[in-house]
Design a binder for this molecule. Structure first.
Ligand code: SAH
Length: 397
């Protein structure tokens, strides 16, 4: 096995169990240049063993750690153990926090499996392999999943751009068992959703917002809801099921809105209560403002605006814009649920942006509750990058 020696002072993060070693931290390799995905030993500058990781020659993240400290063998049994531990952690969640048959089973770095996401949707598992390390061990990982998680089929959605940084092709397809149907029906609390695991975003559904949909639903009775960045209806349908008088779902994706309409019907919601508008949220909110159309509950759940640190200020302007418009569109006493799923957007800065928006709108805003990613997406405290979803649930006077 090749041994990688880190530069002076580059061992601190590894000693704190952060799983990434950047290319600039590597001093030299001993024992030959490793191939993509090979397991390498990682040592500090003095030669003390820090652990083992997967070598990724094309990525800035040159090594993703599998183990820390001495010992441990990275083999099929290692992956089976890590997956079993991830499953046990989900099984230990309180039932009330996951009244669903859809959840994240393996959350990549935060479950000690850098680059591997596994989500369950009813009888199907959907996986993403985003790094060469897990790609190398795909067969062993699929075998472990088939053994530990009874399911009808295991489907792969490794069609993400980040694969290119790892020198991997974008692929999707069946890994084991049956092909999923075009829509897999899942249940989340009181709602049923059809999920397109083959073509939908991510692995098909924004499971990380499960608890936040339930929280928002708790405020929804008797309210007119605007569900901005609606995708397949998630928040709006949860609100309607909980007694909202109406919901308007806005998204720029026609197929997502078609599924939002089907999801409303699936839950027995009359079409008249659940309107879809295909368009750019930035423009639609302005049209509502100009038409003086008001709402009692607004959800703002945009996609990731911050792709890199250089995008932060432009993203901040985008968040400010939609939050300012959103606050203005709320009747007094209205509820705003505003989110950012950008890992690079600091929670404090996001709150400052919403505060500035409230100030500019001349409205008094109270924070009722912070919103977080659901506990099946728990982040390891050693891996701060694992915390990406943040939100504020506010009352707007
Ligand atoms: N709230 C959803 C998930 C939203 S994902 C849920 O709980 O399931 C973000 C969505 O925003 C995607 O569906 C994407 O199509 C949409 N989107 C991205 N930019 C947009 C824009 N400028 N205007 C309208 N929709 C947009």
């Amino acid at each position: 096995m090749t041994t990688i020696f880190l530069k002076q002072g580059r061992d601190h993060t590894v000693l704190r169990h952060h799983p990434w070693i950047f290319s600039g931290g590597v001093a030299r390799c001993e024992g030959g240049e490793p191939a993509a995905g090979d397991t390498v030993q990682v040592c500090d500058v003095a030669g003390a063993l820090l652990g083992q990781g997967a070598w990724s020659p094309t990525s800035q993240i040159r090594v993703r750690m599998w183990t820390f400290g001495e010992g441990g063998v990275v083999d099929a049994a290692f992956f089976e153990q890590r997956i079993a531990a991830a499953l046990a952690a989900r099984a230990a969640l309180p039932p009330a926090r996951c009244a669903t048959n859809a959840m994240r089973l393996v959350n990549a770095e935060s479950d000690g499996l850098p680059g591997l996401v596994v989500d369950r949707y009813a009888d199907f598992l959907v996986c993403q392999f985003t790094a060469v390390g897990v790609e190398r061990w795909k067969a062993e990982i699929v075998a472990a999943l088939a053994k530990l998680c009874p399911c009808a089929g295991i489907y792969e959605r490794s069609d993400l751009d980040v694969r290119e940084r790892e020198g991997l092709p974008l692929v999707a397809g069946v890994l084991a068992g049956e092909t999923p149907p075009d829509l897999v029906e899942i249940q989340e609390n009181a709602c049923h959703y059809g999920v397109d695991v083959k073509q939908g975003h991510k692995t098909g559904f924004y499971l990380d917002q499960r608890e936040n949909r339930a929280t928002v639903a708790g405020y929804a009775a008797g309210r007119e809801v605007l569900n901005a960045f609606a995708y397949t209806g998630g928040f709006g349908i949860a609100a309607l099921q909980a007694g909202a008088t109406s919901a308007v779902h806005v998204d720029m994706s026609a197929p997502s809105l078609a599924l939002a309409r089907a999801n409303a019907a699936r839950n027995g919601i009359e079409a008249s209560r659940s309107e879809t508008i295909e368009g750019n949220v930035f423009e639609v909110l302005r049209k509502f403002r100009d038409a003086r159309r008001m709402f009692d509950l607004i959800v703002l759940d945009p996609p990731k605006f911050v792709e890199s640190k250089g995008h932060l200020m432009a993203a901040a302007r985008g968040y400010k814009d939609i939050n300012l418009l959103g606050i203005k569109l709320l009747r007094p006493g209205g509820i705003l649920a505003t989110c950012s799923c950008s890992g690079l957007m600091p929670t404090e800065l996001f709150q400052k942006i919403v505060t500035d928006a409230a100030c500019d709108a001349r409205r008094e805003v109270h924070l009722l509750q912070r919103l977080e990613q659901a506990p099946d997406h728990a982040e390891s405290l050693a891996f701060a990058e694992g915390h990406y979803l943040k939100g504020l649930l506010c009352r707007v006077s």
